[in-house]
Design a protein around this ligand. Structure first.
Ligand code: ZN
Length: 146
């Protein structure tokens, strides 16, 4: 099996049919906006955490296929995880796109498709933008207690 072709298919599928796209923007959610001027990517995310579990993750934004598809994959990967699992997965995703072997490939799910980004250093910021946004949202929720 050609893994690169499989990974490209995952990325294009999440770009064309993004999951969890669209913000609700009620008080229930914690909202974060980040952008990546080097590519023109613009990303909004919102998260709902209850009892230490990531219940819902939504994203909305525009940018390149790597950035937009990654937001969809991020939302799917983190939903249903505990906050500590989510933080670990975010850290593992950063390592993956930098070219490090993931500790738990299965837990990363479709996010593994971004492994090839390591060969395109300019795109690392695209792949990680939504993950950085949700990481910020989680840490703000943790310090606000919301
Ligand atoms: Zn981009």
């Amino acid at each position: 099996m050609d893994l690169n072709a499989l990974y490209r298919a995952v990325i294009m599928d999440n770009y064309k049919n993004p999951k969890n796209k669209g913000l609700v923007k009620t008080d229930k959610y914690h909202f974060v906006h980040l952008n990546n001027p080097s590519c023109g990517d613009d990303m909004n995310v919102e998260i709902y955490i209850e009892d230490g579990i990531v219940k819902e993750v939504h994203h909305d934004g525009h940018g390149c296929s790597i950035c937009c598809s990654s937001a969809s994959v991020m939302s799917e990967t983190l939903t249903g995880k505990t906050v500590s699992e989510a933080k670990k997965l975010i850290a593992e995703f950063y390592e993956l796109v930098m070219g490090k072997e993931p500790e738990d490939e299965e837990a990363l799910g479709e996010a593994i498709a971004y492994m090839g980004v390591k060969d395109f250093p300019a795109r690392i910021k695209c792949a990680t933008l939504s993950w950085k946004a949700i990481e910020k949202a989680i840490s703000e929720v943790e310090s606000n207690g919301k």
